[in-house]
Design a protein around this ligand. Sequence first.
Ligand code: GLN
Ligand code: ZN
Length: 767
Amino acid sequence: MALATIPGYPRIGKQRELKRALEGFWSGKLTEDDVVAAAAAGNRANWSAQQTAGLDLIPVNDFSLYDQVLDATALVGAVPARYEWSGNQVDLDTYFAMARGRAGDRDVVAMEMTKWFDTNYHYLVPELAPDTAFRLSSDQPFTQLAAAKAAGVRAKMALIGPVSYLLLAKSTEDEFSPLQLLDHLLPIYAEVVSNLAAAGAEWIQFDESMLVMDRTAVELEAIARAYTALADVKGSAKLVVHTAYDHVGASFGTLTTLPIDGIGFDFVRGPENLDLIERSGYPADKVLVAGVIDGRNIWTADLGQSLDLLKRIAQRVPVDRLHVSSSSTLLHVPLDVRLETEIDPAIVPWLAFAEQKLAELAILTRGLNEGEQMIVGELAANREIIARRNASPLRRDPAVRERLARLSDADMTRSALFAERVAPQRDRLHLPALPTTTIGSFPQTPEVRVSRRKAERGEISAAAHDSFVEDQIRAVIAEQEALGLDVLVHGEFERNDMVQYFGEQLVGFVFTRHAWVQSYGSRYVRPPVIVGDVSRPEPMTVRWSAFAQSLTERPVKGMLTGPVTILNWSFVRDDQPRADTCRQIALAIRDEVADLDRAGIKVIQVDEPALREGVPLRKEDQAEYLQMAVESFRLATAVARPETQIHSHMCYSEFGEIIGSIEALDADVVSIENARSGLEMLKVFHQHGYDKGVGPGVYDIHSPRVPPVAEIMAAVEATLDVLDRAQVWVNPDCGLKTRQQPEVRAALANMVEATRAVRAKLPVSAR
Ligand code: GLN
Ligand code: ZN
């Protein structure tokens, strides 16, 4: 019999219980016992949802107070020295100190956070040194197993695999790779495995998703060594190595020869996994965990199609060695679509969140085990939903389709080359050398949020809120003039979020109220859902930009979110290529660019902070993504007249490999997050011969610290050593939304003063 299972489940709870417990604890309102109780209750709720849905094998220890990688760090005792940990069990204070900084009354830097594969989940990066000593330092998996057994749960213990743990880590020293610690780490994992086995664990799942990226022979050899060692101590437990987020590629041969009991594959993001199995066969001694239900997206599955896929897999692997699973942990989707009472009831059946996906898995497993005739009713109902979804007028807008079909290269190309745009822009903008600007948002003060919330709830009129926003804009324009900035912004006070704000004004988007997805720790986001063809019924930002521009002689930047970022931060429809959806969004933004241009806005910034993070895991997929990104950005911006200056802003400054694509965006100026990366990054621009405007962030806005004038001068001067002074802009490294007003004022004053001091040293002709 095939078993229904998943690799992991969301943690937050339907009423956001975990988030509230954590934040209550951090603010001192709740005790440690409250947090422990909330976690236990969350666990029980998750287990019972899965039992009720009919899952056979239920992940245990996938639940985490903060992050599963941090849990692994606690498990093996890899606590960095600065937390001054006693060296016994990792207590809650040490755990949260690693996650958030601060230990007792001491300020310590938190561990670095970075993106988990190509998802929007962030994990805490283990910090490993040649002398890192590992010890079993947490009993979490054992207490979880005991609790699961007490609750009558057939458990599959979830752990981060030892090799992925090391590959996810960063080294504190050059010339040292954490993988060198494998032989020290394995004894701890062996202890965990043998303890779990002794406690009666049936299945133990190791997440080795690092195997879906290009891996070296040394790394594959490490996998073989690790699981050979763990197999020795597994007793009666069965080991499964789980992978997700892509296909396993050249790791397949190593995986299939490991002395383990099962392998998990993602057949949604990695359809190539099926080719691998059909081409090379699948070992007779192993279970195959078939990830066929999308763990990354929120669409009701086409069950007929999923069943066909399972049947194809079943031709290579007998049903009694199959586990039917989601393609990845369900951590990346919200909990329950039934909470969304405000979404159009016609659309709700199109959507499947975590709980609905459990039901899908149960149906598929039954169909596989008992025959399709046992699920005819379910299949028919599902076919009906899919048919309605496909036929819905919400899905397809003929005008958008026609517009898309007519696109040509000319639509993606500005009417003048960069070299030809320089003079008209210069004559229109009258900027000094090293122009100063900011990235767009100014602090979102409590008053701004209060006014917005009151308007949302109808406690004040829309007009009253709008006039409040106008006052904010007046103040921020006056402030920037007083500071002496050269290119101003309107401050983005009218925006709740840089994607949501646009999505709410575009056709084709749906917003949820309770569909929270973990970003990191207790931070959750509610990504918009792109359900249908996208278009822009009317101008979205022109009113605010034109108002801001009317207040000053200096240029005010129009401020838009770019198509790639809107795409990457949404749940995207899966019935057409992502590139088509991206182009539709680009057309909508293009309409806005055209309107801003027509309204006399001289500088238009199209933010693409998420462009870099969307680059696919495998090299072979990167070119296609980058082409989509470049074309969409160009489509959105090429409509601007030559004398209108197009800016873009990007977070994460690792542009080494994609600098060609950055250049191909053909933006007149890009501002980039650079304050923490230094000159290395700028050298990439230099070496590439990048000739357009660049604004490398001169200070880090992620910290409340006010950078001294001398420090900013040094940053600007260092930039001038690498880049041509005619191309350099001076700006902070990201938006100022999360900062406090006084520190922003002080930092920008220093930035302007520093820039003036550097300008004064330039030859007179260059000032
Ligand atoms: N214009 C946006 C802001 O300033 C850019 C935000 C971002 O880079 N994430 O807030
Ligand atoms: Zn940014």
